[in-house]
Design a binder for this molecule. Structure first.
Ligand code: HEM
Length: 318
């Protein structure tokens, strides 16, 4: 977004807590049909609490947009003539939205909120589980570290550039395998725009009528033994190039599929590779709990039920 909210260093606690609580409340609402009856939702106090947190997050986002708008006009009024020989600086996403004449402030706020919600817990869940799985599988962790050592050699300070990220092939397989076993977005819902027929081998077909809301269990699709030879194991070989090309495309949908799939999936992969490569360049990880004894729990975003307990050992002096 081009601005920092310092959420990991204690800044903007109110916003962070509201986002966390909203995720919990949305999940509670989704799984409790009684709460769909509005008076019960409000009489339980949850409805009012939900509205309060929505207000708090939207006010925060409005302030961020306002500050950024002021910053943009300050910069444009202080800018002298542009040098045509200099390459144009890329705009941050929020600047791009603000400069879009067609969008109202509320349109921008909605986009910003969507990106803040979709783009943070998802990648942190993916990164957390990847560390946890690699900490359970020293043989795969070694391969990741060998790959990183090949790329960075003795240079421990260099930031990964886009060419480095492209070379992290095995790390990418591990990230994809993590997203398969523990998809950060385990369920998605859709309203059917037309009747859908589900064939049944022995009984009459089941017809889901248009207008019905359905929940798609991404988490189960990704464990289908027709497509994955070791569905319940962490086995990055599932993403060996020849296996990927011979697999049905819709068998791998951690980012959903179709016209409303994840707009941030390429960014998410780059972000995960960047963070994980730093971690495994410097540390060896041992996980203290194992999958599937310590199972991830389904919420709006998948989380480890008991947190992720790992030991980090320094591989080299910083
Ligand atoms: C590992 C990380 C991520 C996973 C697993 C993930 C997964 C998903 C899934 C499954 C959907 C579809 C939701 C639905 O249909 O109801 C979605 C939508 C979306 N994601 Fe992601 N996402 C990730 C990271 C990101 C990032 C980093 C961004 C932004 C930079 C992002 C932005 C979005 C947006 C804007 C949508 C809505 C797209 C639309 O409705 O047209 N996501 N994501």
């Amino acid at each position: 977004m081009g601005c920092s909210i310092s959420c990991q260093t204690g800044g903007n606690d109110k916003y962070v807590n509201s986002v966390k609580r909203l995720s919990e409340l949305v999940w509670l609402y989704e799984k409790t049909p009684l709460y769909w009856i509005s008076p019960i939702w409000y009489l339980s106090g949850k409805g009012f609490e939900f509205d309060k947190h929505v207000r708090s997050t939207t006010e925060f986002t409005r302030r961020v947009i306002e500050n950024q708008r002021t910053e943009i006009s300050r910069k444009s009024s202080s800018t002298t003539t542009e040098n045509p020989d200099q390459p144009k600086k890329r705009q941050a996403f929020l600047d791009f939205l603000i400069n879009c004449q067609e969008l109202s402030d509320e349109d921008i706020r909605e986009e910003v909120d969507t990106f803040m919600f979709e783009g943070h817990d998802t990648t942190s869940s993916g990164i957390t589980f990847a560390i946890w799985f690699l900490g359970q599988h020293p043989e795969y962790q070694r391969r990741v570290q060998d790959e990183l050592d090949d790329i960075f050699g003795d240079d421990f300070q260099r930031h990964p550039d886009s060419e480095d990220l492209q070379r992290m092939k095995f790390l990418e397989q591990c990230i994809k395998e993590t997203l398969r076993i523990t998809p950060p977005v385990p369920l998605i819902s859709r309203k059917l725009s037309e009747d859908v027929k589900i064939p049944h081998p022995t009984k009459p077909d089941v017809i889901l009528p248009a207008g019905m809301c359905i929940i798609l269990k991404i988490v189960s699709i990704l464990k289908d033994s027709r497509f994955y030879e070791r569905p319940w194991e962490f086995y990055p070989e599932h993403f060996d190039p020849e296996r990927v090309t011979s697999r049905e495309a819709f068998a791998y949908v951690p980012f959903s599929a179709g016209p409303r799939n994840c707009i941030g999936q390429k960014f998410a992969m780059l972000e995960e590779k960047t963070v994980l490569s730093w971690i495994f360049r410097y540390f060896s990880v041992t996980s203290l709990t194992k999958y599937p004894e310590d199972i991830p729990i389904t919420e709006l975003i998948l989380k480890p039920v008991n947190g992720t307990k790992v030991i980090l050992r320094n591989r080299r002096k910083l």
